[in-house]
Ligand binder design. Structure first.
Ligand SMILES: *[C@@H]1O[C@H](CO)[C@@H](O)[C@H](O)[C@H]1NC(C)=O
Ligand SMILES: *[C@@H]1O[C@H](CO)[C@@H](O)[C@H](O)[C@H]1NC(C)=O
Length: 392
C-alpha cells in the first residue's frame, strides 16, 4: 500500500471510530428516548374512563385552576397548525391562524367559554402556543394570563426566511368571566423562539423557554446531536428581559413547584431539570431527573407531584404536527418525590407512567394537568382534534 493509500485508510478508520462513538454517545440514546429504535410498542393505560370534548381543538397548553376545578386552554385549529408551528419549522404564514383563543372548560358542567379580547386590537391577532394562568397575589378572583404569541412577520421577507415575530402577551381576567383585558405585549431581542411561559402573581414578570437559539437556520437542527441551543429568559414589564440560564438543551415546558423551584423539560433527550431562583432572577441548575421518553408540557398537582406530557413515538409526532390527520400516540408520566426507604439509597424520584393511548383519544399530547382533588386528568395536544378528560 502506498503512502496515499495508508493515509486514506487511517482517515477511514478515524471516521468510522468517530461515527461509532457518535452513535454510542448520542444517536443510540436519542433513538431509544424517541421510541424509534428499539421501536416502542403502545401499551394502553388508564384511557378507558374518559370523556372527549371536540369543541376544543389544537390546545397546546392547559392550566388548571385548582380551587374551582376549571381549566384554561390555549387553542387553535388543527388545519392552521399544519402550516404554522414555528417551533417545528412550520412557517407558512399564509396558512397561519391569527384567531387563536383562550377558553375555559368546567368539567362539572361541560361548559365552554371562549374568552373575548374586546380591547386587544393590534391588527396581528393571536397565534398561540405556551400559556400560564396565575391568580393575582392581591385578589385571587383576578387572574393574569401569560401567552406565547407567534405573530406572523410583517415586512417584505417571508416567514421561511425570518421566522415568526414571537412575543409574550399579558392579559388580565376575572375568575368566571367571559373576557380578558390586555395588559401588555412584551417584545424583546431575548424573546427569540418562546415555547412556554411561567408567570408571576403580580402580573409584572415571567420566565419563558426559548426552544431554539435562532428563528430559522441550520443551528436549529443540531439539538439532536446534543447542541445546547435553547435557553430560559426572564422579563420584567418595567425593567426588560435577560437570560436567566443560557445554553440549555431543548428546553420546552416550564413550571414551578409550590416552594418556588422551577422545572424545565427537555423535548429531545427527555428528562426534567430543577432550577433554583437566585436573587437577581437568574437560575442555577439544582438537579436533573431523567425520564425514558421525550417530555413536553409539565405541571404540578396540589399534592406536589409533577405530571409530564410524554411522547411514545417521536417520529410519528413529527408527522402528526405536519399533518394532524395522522394520529400520534400519547402518554403521561408522573414524577414524585420518593419518600420510601430506598430514598435513602439515592432514588429520590419515582417516575411512573400513568397514562398511554394510541392517539385515538388524544393525539400528539403536549400538555397534561391533574386535578388531584377531583381525580381528573386533562390532556391536549398542539394539533389534537379534541380535549380528553380521564378519571384516574
Ligand atoms: C400555505 O398555506 C396556504 C393556506 O392554507 C395553502 O393554500 C398553501 O398551499 C400553503 N403552502 C404550502 C407550501 O404548504
Ligand atoms: C422544592 O420542592 C421540590 C418538589 O416538591 C423538591 O424536590 C425540592 O427539594 C424543594 N426545594 C427546596 C429548596 O426545598
Amino acid at each position: 500500500m502506498g503512502a496515499t493509500g495508508k493515509i486514506a485508510l487511517n482517515i477511514s478508520v478515524v471516521l468510522l471510530a468517530l461515527i461509532a462513538g457518535f452513535y454510542q454517545i448520542y444517536l443510540k440514546h436519542v433513538l431509544a428516548i424517541t421510541g424509534v429504535y428499539p421501536a416502542r410498542i403502545i401499551e394502553p393505560l388508564a384511557n378507558t374512563d374518559c370523556k372527549t370534548v371536540p369543541e376544543l381543538q389544537a390546545c397546546e397548553k392547559i392550566i388548571l385552576h385548582q380551587p374551582t376545578g376549571v381549566i384554561y386552554l390555549a387553542c387553535s385549529t388543527p388545519s392552521s397548525r399544519a402550516h404554522w408551528i414555528p417551533a417545528a419549522n412550520q412557517l407558512n404564514a399564509t396558512g397561519a391562524s391569527n384567531k387563536d383563543y383562550v377558553a375555559t372548560y368546567d368539567p362539572a358542567t361541560s361548559h365552554i367559554t371562549r374568552l373575548a379580547t374586546p380591547d386587544f386590537n393590534n391588527g396581528r391577532g393571536l397565534s398561540l402556543h405556551g400559556m400560564d394562568v396565575v391568580p393575582s397575589e392581591s385578589n385571587p378572583k383576578e387572574l393574569f394570563i401569560y401567552l406565547v404569541n407567534h405573530r406572523t412577520p410583517i415586512g417584505d421577507k417571508p416567514a421561511q426566511e425570518v421566522g415568526a415575530n414571537s412575543v409574550i402577551e399579558v392579559f388580565k381576567a376575572q375568575l368566571g368571566g367571559a373576557s380578558m383585558e390586555h395588559v401588555k405585549t412584551v417584545s424583546d431581542p431575548i424573546i427569540v423562539t418562546p415555547n412556554d411561559v411561567l408567570g408571576s402573581a403580580d402580573g409584572k414578570s415571567f420566565y419563558f423557554t426559548n426552544d431554539h437559539a435562532a428563528r430559522v437556520g441550520l443551528s436549529r437542527h443540531l439539538e439532536i446531536l446534543g447542541h445546547k441551543g435553547s435557553s430560559i429568559g426572564y422579563c420584567h414589564i418595567d425593567e426588560g428581559c435577560k437570560y436567566a440560564l443560557d445554553k440549555t438543551h431543548s428546553s420546552n415546558g416550564i413550571t414551578s413547584a409550590p416552594n418556588g423551584t422551577i422545572y424545565v423539560s427537555d423535548s429531545i433527550f427527555g428528562g426534567v431539570t430543577a432550577l433554583e431562583r437566585q436573587t437577581d432572577n437568574t437560575l442555577v441548575v439544582a438537579e436533573s431527573i431523567s425520564t425514558e421518553r421525550v417530555v413536553d408540557g409539565i405541571s404540578f398537582d396540589a399534592n406536589g407531584q409533577l405530571w409530564g406530557a410524554t411522547t411514545p413515538q417521536g417520529l410519528t409526532a413529527w408527522k402528526h404536527v405536519a399533518n394532524p390527520k395522522l394520529l400520534s400516540p400519547s402518554s403521561v408520566h408522573r414524577i414524585s418525590i420518593n419518600t420510601g426507604v430506598n430514598a435513602f439509597y439515592g432514588e429520590k424520584y419515582k417516575v411512573e407512567k400513568t397514562f398511554e393511548d394510541d392517539g385515538t383519544l388524544i393525539s400528539g399530547i403536549t400538555t397534561a394537568a391533574y386535578d388531584s382533588q377531583r381525580k381528573k386528568l386533562f390532556l391536549h395536544g398542539i394539533a389534537s382534534p379534541q380535549l380528553a378528560v380521564c378519571n384516574i
